[in-house]
Design a protein around this ligand. Structure first.
Ligand SMILES: Cc1ncc(COP(=O)(O)O)c(C=O)c1O
Length: 408
């Protein structure tokens, strides 16, 4: 059986974790701080905070921006549920919009959905291909005229909505660590960018996430970093490491914060992953995607995914193949036929309006025709470091045979 995306774990990873375990410090500590510094340097930003997941990290962002009941947050209908769930968690309303043929959110649909209640836009770099962030930042800036900040909101001594004066652009870069936009790494374009280091991601810490800050003046990134640290540790004025300094036991709780810090065991994995990302992991993933592209691009039954254009290059996280002229039921039958050939594939993603909870909230897939059109033909193929060329060829053969079997 060819698995879908096992993590890359080797002796180097195991040794790094062992060293962290034996160091005597296993929660947030020197390795996490080092990981954050190296992530910031990689993304070309002043500050990155590493936390325990994309979900918790980005939920903190919504809370920090004072988003709650009565507010709207624009998300694509085509994404993983986490993107919209965090909006529900803070009591705001996810406003869903359709995507373009490359699976990313349609900036013109976002523009049309902006209202005075819109507090945030969350584009998703699906499969690793960056959303059109320049156009989305322009939409946020162009609509600042009717942005209605909460005036009675004070967070960390200031009012972030008054300071920014427009909808916050929070990039869901759960798939796109290492991708580029305008020649620069993802992380340096949106106001805040959220990464996921979940086990199946192209850079993993087993579970984990991070926020890269790139807010305009007068935001102070060091202050923001400090505030998010406190927010992720119960609002406590000192973290465990700071309290170990002799005599430094006393702490205060400034507000009832959350608990979503990264551990040094996770960071130990992340440091190894980061060290070999650009020169080893990423090139291998790209080579796999290119091998698929050569095989499927030459066959008119398939539509290969877009990995680069003039502005963007993907992180090659997912190979989101589409089969032309198939119904959703035929696609599902093709997946069954692929599984019978001992290959694991997936579908990214079931659109939010097709999930029971969101359907019950009144969202209708008919309102997102392109989302449905792409989803109903989509099959994600295995992409991972240890997948050999011969296995890529096996996957190609299995997919082609399955399509022939189902479609004749
Ligand atoms: C598009 C997208 N956003 C957010 C997430 C959530 O990431 P995490 O599991 O780190 O919370 C995922 C996870 O799969 C994702 O695919």
């Amino acid at each position: 059986m060819i698995p879908f995306s096992p993590p890359r774990i080797d002796d180097r990873t195991v040794k790094a974790v062992e060293e962290a375990l034996r160091s005597g410090w296993i929660t947030t500590g020197p390795r996490t701080k080092e990981f954050e510094r190296r992530l910031a340097a990689y993304c070309g930003v002043d500050r990155v905070i590493a936390l325990n997941s994309w979900t918790n990290a980005c939920e903190l962002v919504l809370r920090w921006y004072g988003i709650g009941p009565g507010d709207e947050v624009i998300v694509p209908a085509y994404t993983y549920c986490a993107t919209a769930n965090i909006v529900m968690h803070v009591g705001a309303k996810p406003v869903m919009v359709d995507v373009l043929d490359d699976f990313t959110i349609d900036p013109e649909a976002v523009r049309a959905a902006m209202t005075p209640r819109t507090k945030c836009i969350i584009p998703v770099d699906i499969g690793g291909l960056p959303a059109r962030i320049d156009a989305l930042m322009r939409v946020a800036m162009d609509t600042c005229g009717f942005f209605t900040p909460k005036v009675n909101l004070r967070v960390a001594g200031s009012n972030p909505q008054m300071l920014l004066g427009r909808a916050l652009v929070l990039s869901d870069a759960a798939h796109s660590f290492g991708a580029t936009y305008g020649g620069k790494k993802v992380g340096g374009q949106a106001d805040i960018t959220g990464f996921s280091f979940h086990a199946v991601k192209n850079l993993t810490t087993s579970e984990g996430g991070a926020l890269a800050f790139r807010l305009p003046e007068p935001f102070d990134h060091s202050e923001l970093y400090k505030f998010f640290n406190t927010m992720s540790l119960h609002g406590q004025s000192k973290d465990a490491l700071a309290k170990t300094q002799p005599g430094a036991w006393r702490y205060d709780v400034e507000f009832p914060g959350w608990k979503c810090n990264m551990t040094d065991i996770q960071a130990a994995i992340g440091l190894v992953e980061l060290d070999r990302y650009d020169n080893d992991t990423q090139p291998r993933r790209k080579a796999i995607c290119e091998r698929y592209a050569a095989a499927f691009g030459a066959d008119p039954r398939f539509e290969p995914p877009l990995f680069r254009d003039a502005e963007r290059e993907s992180s090659y996280h997912l190979y989101m193949l589409r089969v032309r002229e198939v119904t959703e039921a035929q696609r599902d039958a093709i997946i069954t036929a692929i599984a019978q050939r001992e290959v694991s594939v997936n579908v990214h993603f079931i659109p939010l309006p097709l999930l029971s909870y969101y359907k019950a909230q009144g969202y209708r897939i008919e309102n997102f025709p392109n989302t449905y059109k792409q989803y109903s033909r989509e099959i994600s193929l295995p992409v991972y470091y240890d997948l050999a060329d011969a296995q890529v060829d096996e996957v190609v053969a299995a997919v082609k045979a399955a399509v022939s079997e189902v479609m004749g």
